[in-house]
Ligand binder design. Sequence first.
Ligand code: GEK
Length: 242
Amino acid sequence: MSKKDAIYSVPKSTIGDFSFDEAVVDVFPDMIKRSVPGYSTIIDNIGLIAQKYALPNTNLYDLGCSLGEASIVMRRKVSQDGCKIIAVDNSPAMIEKCERHLHAFRSNVPVEAVCSDITKISLENASVVVLNFTLQFIEPELRRALIESIYAALKPGGVLVLSEKIRHPNQVGDELLVTLHHEFKRNNGYSELEISQKRSALENVMRIDTLEQHDARLKQAGFTDIVPWFSCFNFSSIVAVK
Ligand code: GEK
């Protein structure tokens, strides 16, 4: 059982930028399930998508893997020969716990956990790449190059699964989605104080795009089929096919 997330439950005099440090790692499974609508559904379906699109003798990447939930489900579902899963995160505390997590499950699919910045690694021979709520933490000016490097690494027929918190292009629509999301968090036991302090902490580190911006960037990189397959409030997931 994961510890309950209470990081923002008491008033803080100053709210620093959110970071994936040990305190966050400790409560991460509870935090992500209570904050991201559909997280478990998305993880389950990443398993099914990998099962369908993994090609023999290729790499499956989980970029910004946190504790490796997407890697674990892909390992469970993929049966093509010669696949290897590479899980990458630049938070040492995350990767350390992720490694323990991954090795608690037995599987014939090899997995490697790497502590690196995903904008600085080279990707190759890929059939499935997962960016599950990670691109939103990458500096906006580096996003295009990252998507292009993913496209270049993918085999034809390979896929990128891109899940993101999104911004609606007009204010009225955006307010509706934000209101519904905050109600979702309240229903999951977060207080007004927790919601507003977390919002401030994320302000500088999580800069979100609209679905239209994601679509344009994916098209520009060369993806032909861009398929939004999940959406709930301001959270969406897309499969982009090469
Ligand atoms: C899941 N995908 O459970 N390089 C590598 N990792 C990074 C970088 C970077 N430049 N920037 C941020 N991260 C996971 C959930 S969480 C989403 C992903 C959330 C990592 C960061 O350390 C964190 O672990 C992850 O991206 C984002 O399916 O907490 O909302």
